[in-house]
Design a protein around this ligand. Sequence first.
Ligand code: PEP
Length: 252
Amino acid sequence: MSRKLFIAGNWKMNTSAADAVALAEALVSSIGLVEAVDLAVCPPFVYLSPVGEALRGSKITLGAQDVFYEDKGAFTGEVSTDMLIDVGARYVIVGHSERRHVIGETDETINRKLRKALEGGLAPIFCVGELLEQREASETLEVVTRQVKIGLEGVSQADVTGVTIAYEPVWAIGTGLTATPDQAQEVHAMIRELLTGMYDRSVAEKVRIQYGGSVKPTNAAELLEAPDIDGALVGGASLKASDFAQIVKAGM
Ligand code: PEP
């Protein structure tokens, strides 16, 4: 079956308000009407509204970089699904490696966030991936299996097809090192098999599995050609409109 490619840009803690709007406007001019693939950008929370305005009328969807697992109340600094929906976000990244390994989020926390996102009508981009020492110890498949299983605990067959899984080997994020298409394909195929066991084959085929980790205009095409790579989550290169546009075009 043909799965639509999905390319998302994670801007992380970068840009000013003016930079964020200028970047969004540049993306709208270059790839704003692309229909062959689904596109989203994930600016910092504080710039969601102005970026959403800049994207208005284009095919580029707004996403957030995180969400909290409670609905409302005394949770200083946190942002709820309703708040994200309110400002126009439709996607949300959960379990990004920087939240796991810098902020200290656990698989269980990520599962709560993912379920809350689905319940609130947001499409989660659920990140998994191994550390360098885990890859070197041949633990990649075991680590990713645990992350996927716990992250999707309690997620129904109907809901899981709305989840995009992003395989992001931690050693490849922001480092300039990229998994080879074979290394990425091996993990993506394993995730697809795992989903087949957890749900069934037809569900597993519908879940989009993106690759992320130093995707650039020069390596996007070969990665996106791999049979189980359904798109890309792009960090650094999504901060330059022309690079992001070239990656999108490589996926078309
Ligand atoms: C990311 O932040 O999810 C990411 C993949 O970053 P980069 O493309 O810079 O490696």
